[in-house]
Design a protein. Sequence first.
Length: 328
Amino acid sequence: MKSTYFTHYQATSKRHPVTGNGTYSHQAIDTVLYYTADVLSATDYYPFGSPMPGRNLEGDGYRFGFNSKEKDNEIYGNGNSYTAEYWQYDARLGRRWNVDPVDKPWMSSYHAFSNKPITNVDPNGALDDVYITGEAAEKATEQLKKSTNLKLNREESGKISIVGGSIENEDDQQLFDAITNPDIKVNVETTYETHHEGQRLFGGAFWGNTIATNDTEENENSLKNETASAEQVVNPFQCAAIDYFFGYPGQTILHEVTEAYQGALISIQKGMPAKPAFPNIENYIFEAAHRAATLPPNVPPIHYNPKLFDIYRIVDDSMLKYMSIKLR
């Protein structure tokens, strides 16, 4: 159940006694005695956003309702139909009108909020598609939360959702795009190990992506929609050590998530999947994604001295041993 309130403040004048015989000063002092709320909208909802009969009120000109979506009251009556960037939504059924452009075999093509309307907030009708899984997933999520002004939630499945906060800078915007882009899924696997399949980890590793083309028929026109699934491997202890060394909490894990997202975005644009990145082996998509992602804490202009990271590599092993004891 959600209610929307907008409040204005009203001040009144009251004269106060200033002498023992109860006389009053001649000058009135403005004092706030109470607050008066103008309630523009207050609604009790069923789980998928249809208003409960007799349990809502609405002022003139307020267009929004459940999940902050704009209402289309002329279609099914007040509060039963909503619009967003990627859908037209029927709140009575909890289903969108249109087929989801991204094929998810485990879910109905007409689903909304991933069938979890109470815990999930869906800003534009897209799926939240960043997952953090593995043995250190909780620590990675804690670090990611420190890197952004967005308020994040991690479900038991590992899925990351935006449940509040605001976009206040470019890093916030890129993380928002990674989570809400309906064409890209980012899978972040966490580990306590310092190597993954023989490769040394320095915070994380770009592990490539796959792309697929979904064909659907609509209005006698063939629509092709390419999607990508990206893989990234991270060690949150290493990420914490790098952040601690350079003084930017959460910046390393944010870079790893957005690097995977940017790689998937480039792969869709080029129509070419990316391979895992290995030292001394050319990988165009990884290199472009690394540059396009949010800056890791060791890269100028955040830090003016790029040699700091070389120093960090020297003390990496001993620092990780210390951080592992501290963080566990």
